[in-house]
Write a protein that binds this ligand. Structure first.
Ligand code: SF4
Length: 316
């Protein structure tokens, strides 16, 4: 594999490791913060373009060209994952891009990380049936809590979204996971958790994951749920897994050329500590700190202290 393979890619990023997906190549299908929601905890900042209309936000050809180029080098990957800093299902060409990967690179597994808000549209859900894994977010069942945490496009109704998820699950034969992000004071009450539990029992996901804030979110007032309560809630929600990002013993290879670009591409999609990046890229933490110091001095990134450590954030 050539060392400069990452230079010039605009819509694919990584590969990054995760405990559940292994080594995953990210694909960003929409411009930064184009989303159907504006979640208070979003680690990519406020939604600039609160959208509901599906369209070809980025040309299908430019995405498939980058994918084709990267995959032609036969990289060691476990998944190609539609994710990034917005809602991937807003891209109207998603079905076509999935078909491209499945046809041109039949051995590759493809995953989608989504807020699940568009699956009430049967045409949209039909496009993703060939995926190997779908992970949807579901933080609320009550309209009031949905509006408070997820601050959706006004055209969205939570009861329709939930019907869409239940219906998709019935048709989707591969791995279907649900993630619940807990925001204390909003969706951690017993009454809301009971509603979420009921909906989970109707969806029957293969896996349930619980998440809480551990890196800078959009709103400063969002706090993490404490560990004890998180464990209690995980037990109540059918023994959900508690997410710990970057917890992996597998590293993606280090590509030194274009390293600053890769570092920025990672940070713009997710604030990280030096230790997160070190684990993610399999690189000595002091070496990572040196690069981060340069980027900070250049004014390209800034720092923020959090309980888990110092996070680096892309400057806008
Ligand atoms: S967390 Fe996901 S769904 Fe929520 S605003 Fe951010 S990108 Fe959109």
């Amino acid at each position: 594999m050539k060392n400069n393979q990452h230079v010039g890619y605009r819509h694919i990023f990584g590969p990054v490791p995760s405990r559940r997906l292994g080594i995953s190549l990210g694909v960003d299908l929409v411009p930064h913060k184009t989303c159907t929601l504006n979640c208070v905890y979003c680690e990519c900042g406020r939604t600039d373009n609160l959208a509901l209309k599906r369209k070809e936000y980025i040309s299908i050809n430019s995405i498939t060209a980058e994918l084709g180029d990267f995959l032609s080098k036969d990289p060691d990957l476990d998944f190609i994952t539609f994710s990034g800093s917005g809602e991937p299902t807003l891209h109207s060409g998603m079905g076509e891009i999935i078909a491209f990967i499945k046809t041109s690179h039949p051995g590759r597994k493809v995953a989608l990380l989504t807020n699940g808000t568009l699956f009430y549209n049967p045409h949209m859900s039909a496009e993703i049936l060939d995926l190997d894994l779908v992970k949807v977010s579901l933080d609320a069942v009550s309209e009031k809590v949905f509006y408070s945490i997820n601050r959706p496009h006004r055209g969205l109704i939570i009861s329709d979204i939930i019907k869409g998820l239940i219906s998709l699950r019935k048709k989707f034969a591969n791995q279907f996971w649900v993630e619940v992000f807990l925001v204390p004071g909003f969706n951690d009450s017993q009454s809301e958790l009971k509603k979420i539990r009921n909906v989970l029992s109707l969806i029957h996901p293969d896996r349930i994951q619980l998440n809480t804030l551990d890196r800078p979110g959009t709103e400063q007032w969002v706090k993490p749920v404490d560990k004890k309560r998180l464990t209690e809630i995980a037990a109540y929600l059918y023994d959900a897994d508690i997410i710990k990002e970057f917890d992996t013993d597998r590293y993606s290879p280090v590509y030194m050329d274009g390293f600053h670009e890769r570092l920025l591409a990672t940070i713009v999609r997710r604030p990280c500590t030096a230790e997160d990046i070190s684990r993610s890229l399999g690189m000595d933490v002091n070496e990572v700190r040196r690069h981060l110091w340069t980027l900070t001095e250049n004014g390209e990134i800034s720092k923020k202290e959090m309980p888990r450590g110092v996070f680096f954030i892309k400057r806008s």
